[in-house]
Design a protein around this ligand. Structure first.
Ligand code: D61
Ligand code: MG
Length: 418
């Protein structure tokens, strides 16, 4: 069905990517884990990773050496912390206490929490299994994870006491706590593993931007979902220029205001792209490169799709599966990474209107990204499209083939990108 969707959407070239991926060309995100050789508690941790993360499970398990264990545990510990933050049924005083003290639970073999109602409550209920694996990690990894957990908990506590996010400065601060710190911690793990140079872990500004770009994209895309759940993450400083209440954007007669606000936020998120490109250019290890590149290209794709798109206020905006797979296969080196980013930048440029209040700022950023992503072969690569008839023949072959074989799609988590 994804094959058909790609063709109908006018992108027959994605058919090739979908097929290549289905036929086993997914080496870049192929798991290197040998579950049979693992102790049962680590195996349980990987199960939790696969159950709780649709976007990071595959790339994490493809990491080299002990990095994959460290990143898996890092993820689960923070997912547990985030589950406390998100749970609206925990009384405020209890929640604040838990957020502040969460990092100490890593040293307490018996600590667990049975009263959560969140979808990922399992990681809190079985926290002893996670903390036990945490204490087996090498001391350097333990220090990084514990430090980030302490700072993120304190930051979350600061924000649960507030009604909403006021200024852009506060927006950056919130995103720093919940995602920038993840980037900073990951970078220190990368350097600590010696798969990457020390500079990757030391340059916290760039690492922070990696997280901010992902988190802002999620916040922009999830407008409607968060409204329905009674949460607001769009910064007031921006939306108050276009409406009295953030929820007003759902009204059909507010479409123009809603789009202007949306475009201004997309434009703000794009400001992080230069840092992202610089960060990515420093990576040397293939598994780390893929781990970092895939979420970033999904994010730029999502942002481009969201720009000036009223569907953000009416439903869910997603990138096509064919597109996602194509990006995952290709995002394996810096040249390709730029070649994937650039068309999305053009997609935004094509949707821009000079009547938009943030037009000139967006144009400036788009121009900067254009310059940074122009490569020697980006001039030739666009002209080599698969001929339409070849693609159609492939579709017929693929549909037939889909009937007699069933393949587990490793990236299935990915497409529902969160
Ligand atoms: C390179 C590669 C991956 C990176 C990175 C750099 C820099 C930052 C990040 C990943 C983190 C990006 C987070 C974006 C998704 N946002 C959320 O999940 C929100 O929760 C934030 C607090 C918990 C963070 C947990 C996390 C996430 C990804 C990781 C990780 C830890 C550890 C290692 C690797 C990746 C969001 O969650 C709601 C939901 O998605 O349901 C929220 O509550 O706002
Ligand atoms: Mg949260």
């Amino acid at each position: 069905m994804d094959l058909m969707r790609s063709v109908i959407a006018g992108h027959p070239e994605e058919v090739y990517s979908l097929l290549k991926f289905k036929l086993g060309g997914c080496g870049t995100v192929q798991t290197k884990c040998h579950y049979d050789q693992m102790c049962p508690s680590m195996r349980t941790c990987y199960q939790y990773l696969n159950q709780t993360s649709r976007s990071f499970a595959a790339v994490t398990q493809a990491l080299d050496g002990d990095l994959r264990y460290a990143v898996c545990i890092f993820y689960l510990v923070l997912r547990a912390l985030d589950t406390v933050e998100d749970d609206m049924t925990i009384p405020l005083a209890t929640k604040l206490d838990m957020l502040h003290n969460f990092y100490t639970y890593l040293q307490d073999p018996g600590w667990r929490f049975m009263e959560s109602n969140e979808k990922d409550k399992k990681v809190l209920e079985d926290f002893p299994t996670i903390s036990q694996e945490f204490r087996k990690l090498k001391p350097l990894y333990q220090e990084v994870i514990s430090d980030i957990c302490r700072r993120m908990g304190a930051g979350m506590a600061e924000f649960v006491q507030r009604e909403d996010v006021d200024t852009l400065e506060e927006w950056n601060k919130y995103c720093h706590y919940v995602a920038g710190l993840v980037g900073i911690g990951l970078s220190r793990l990368f350097s600590g593993s010696e798969f990457e140079d020390a500079i990757v872990g030391e340059d916290t500004e760039l690492a922070n931007s990696m997280g901010l770009f992902l988190q802002k994209t999620n916040i922009i895309r999830d407008y409607l979902e968060d409204q329905v759940d009674g949460r607001e993450f769009w910064p007031k400083q921006v939306w108050s220029k276009h409406a009295k209440k953030l929820s007003d954007f759902r009204q059909p007669d507010m479409s123009q205001n809603a789009l202007w606000c949306l475009n201004e936020l997309v434009s703000n998120a794009l400001l992080h792209v230069p840092d992202v490109l610089k960060y990515m250019s420093r990576l040397r290890n293939q598994s780390v490169f893929n781990f970092c590149a895939i979420p970033q290209v999904m994010a730029i794709g999502t942002l481009a799709r969201c720009y000036n798109n009223i569907k953000v206020f009416r439903g869910v905006v997603k990138i096509r599966k064919g597109e996602a797979v194509k990006m995952m296969i290709h995002a394996t080196n810096m040249e390709n990474f730029k070649d994937i980013m650039r068309p999305f930048c053009e997609e935004i440029a094509n949707k821009m209107s000079p009547h938009d209040p943030s037009y000139s700022l967006t144009m400036e950023t788009v121009e900067t990204i254009r310059q940074l992503t122009t490569t020697s072969h980006s001039l030739t690569v666009q002209s080599t499209l698969t001929p339409l008839h070849v693609s159609c023949a492939l579709v017929v072959a693929a549909i037939t083939w889909q009937y007699w074989t069933q393949i587990h799609w490793i990236y299935e988590h990915y497409i529902e990108w969160k």
